[in-house]
Design a protein. Sequence first.
Length: 407
Amino acid sequence: MTTLPEPLAFPFARGESRYHPSPVFAQLREERPVTRITTPDGRSAWMVTRWADVRRVLTDPRFSRAAATRGNVPLNGLGRLSNESLLALDPPQHTRQRKLIGRALTPRRVEQLRPRVTRLVDELLGNLARAPQPADLVSGFTVPLPVLVICELLGVPVADRHRLHAWSDEIMGDWGARAEELERALADFMGYFAELCAVKRRSPGDDLITELVAARDDGAGTLSDSELMNLCVGLFIAGHETTVGELTMSVLTLLHHGEWDRLCAEPELIPGAVDELLRYVQISAAGGTLPRVTTEPVELGGVQLPAGAVVLTATPSANRDGARFAEADRLDLTRTDVAHLTFGAGAHHCLGAVLARMELQEALHGLIRHLPGLRLAVPEADLSFTRGMMIRSLDRLPVTFSTEETR
């Protein structure tokens, strides 16, 4: 009888560098690509670390998200969203809801939004350029930009953005988040969107929530009230939290690796650089994504998983898999084959991927226009991550820069 290795305690200890995933992932890719772990709530799961295996979990319907909302499954903050949320559904229920949102996030509609995003970038960075230096890039730019964009897309009043962002941060809590705080934030969120949907019924707008309300009221049973509320909450959270972390850490990563000046000199690299940064930058605090559960026995990475096995995919590890990416631990802004899994794959591939890329591109173009000579104003050792969050982002990013007046 084969003796399985003892399960590893997850999350894994981080290494010395904030620019690389835990070194445990590299060891697991080599020795135990599909391995047993124990989560902080004491439950058991399997961790998948190689690119090919992670992609298979994300695309094979035998690894179910819906099954992961039931039973003895480890849950972090985001995993506590209702089993009617888009993140917790399998096809065909997932397909039905996804089509409703997909119409608003087609590449064509996102491109139509680009000029408005450019104006928001110019407004925020224009204000930051006039502020005393050093200025905080987080509070002045990397947080408000994605929040304002998702508010505009959904039709959320801008004046409400601060409290919605606070509720979102609660729900995006890490493994240590308290259930009662998450439930309270979720209840506040649901109540808010119930009221906003009622307003949209009386006064429709040119926004996504108005379209979803119309789908709810079309008499064809397209959406239930609960599904409508869960969609609104999920869209607001997913529509800005990861972009905040990605933008903040991308700027820091470019500065750390000495690539900021190159990007300023060659702005035509920005589209490709965005995808390389999406591959390279780790914004998952622990490195594991939402769980899936096997619906039947499955062989994966040389391991026979039984039906009912809980599986976590390590996207940051997959994105650094040397079997898929040449010199995977090197940041290469000219890399052409950037088939990262940051946006997932398969049925749950991120609907907002096109929007996120566009925002990141416009943000980098704007920073080059408005804040030439961007530099850190403090030693990197003085920077800290926001505590208790699934997404890695900095509390603050003090920077200095030249302006039109000082050049």
